[in-house]
Write a protein of this length. Structure first.
Lengths: 112, 213
């Protein structure tokens, strides 16, 4: 719920640059390793928006996979079944490359 | 009209955390964020840790709970400064709570600042508190698949403390499987076996702390 509140706070902060416009839709990018369950976040957002000055407001979720990069061959790959080894060359020498995103990616504004 | 953005949702928290981190690093304070499920032994580990430090050590603890100041009471006996953060419902600490709790404290004089997070393996993960390192506790009375069930938490941890190892003969917990699971999620994770009850492994834990000062 506090993540949902932070989303709305970020959204309000961004709209102050567009005074008078109302937000009809917002894009969110959520990584598999962000610690956020997208459906729970959607539920919390809908609960907070409902009946508020932001209502109606729709959200688009873009889900980002957990990825790692191979230090041996350079390939970036999606982690499947928690396996950190590179599927291309088999090297266990890999580093984190993505999956912890929690970002506001766009706002769709309606001018008054 | 569509306005493209690249704004982190927790950008305000991250900004505050960066300020805290800079403050800690400028004064040589090692700040450790302790995360685990309720009951894995965060407060017990801190009790045993504080007990082992002489009065010349400059250690302090902020401990977070949804309600009660029981943990702060438990930790106050050792003569080190302890403050309770009562979140009043929030299931994690955030950088603002830490900043407020540090008001008026001689943070600059500390060697180690422990941040005992609210017992929860999910929400604390997303909130940077300005710590230098993050330790996750797992106890042998839990499931060895917890690193797989809560990968985000273990993925962001520098250290896993496997606690209650004195109970291993009495529970079906397979320690090697738990460690392998943690390493699959976070290949670089360090792992320490401890028992806060018998004291086993606490010397290695203290050495780990000292290595970071």
């Amino acid at each position: 719920m506090s993540i949902a509140a932070a989303v709305l706070e970020a959204l309000r902060a961004e709209t102050t640059n567009h005074s008078g416009a109302r937000v009809a839709r917002a894009g969110l990018r959520i990584g598999e390793l962000s610690g956020v369950e997208p459906e729970s976040l959607r539920f919390c957002l809908e609960t907070l928006v409902s009946g508020s000055d932001l209502d109606p407001l729709a959200f688009d979720f873009e889900l980002c996979p957990w990825t790692r990069r191979c230090r041996a061959c350079g390939a970036t790959f999606r982690v499947v079944e928690w396996n950190p080894a590179c599927p291309t060359c088999g090297s266990p020498n890999t580093e984190a490359a993505g999956g912890d995103q929690m970002e506001l990616t766009y706002l769709e504004l309606e001018e008054p | 009209m569509r306005v493209p953005l690249e704004r982190k949702v927790l950008n305000e928290n991250d900004r505050l955390a960066a300020t805290l981190r800079e403050r800690f690093q400028n004064h040589g304070v090692f700040c450790l964020n302790l995360i685990s499920s309720p009951g894995s032994g965060k407060t017990s580990l801190l009790e045993r840790t504080l007990e082992g430090f002489g009065p010349e050590r400059r250690i302090a603890v902020l401990t977070g709970d949804i309600q009660t100041d029981n943990d702060a009471r438990r930790l106050q006996h050792f003569g080190f400064p302890v403050r309770q953060i009562t979140t009043g419902g929030a299931c994690h600490l955030d950088a603002r709570m830490v900043e407020r709790a540090l008001e008026g404290w001689p943070v600059e004089d500390l060697e180690i600042l422990f941040l005992e997070n609210v017992g929860n393996l999910v929400c604390p993960t997303s909130y940077d508190l300005g710590e230098d390192a993050r330790a996750v506790l797992l106890s042998v009375t839990e499931g060895e698949d917890k690193p797989l069930k809560y990968p985000a938490t273990f993925h962001h941890a520098d250290l896993m403390v496997l606690n209650k190892i004195d109970l291993l003969p009495y529970v079906p917990f397979q320690a090697e499987v738990a460690k392998e699971n943690a390493r699959r999620v976070q290949p670089g994770i360090e792992i320490l076996d401890v028992s806060c009850t018998t004291g086993e492994g606490l010397d290695r834990w203290r050495a780990w702390l000292d290595r970071h000062l």
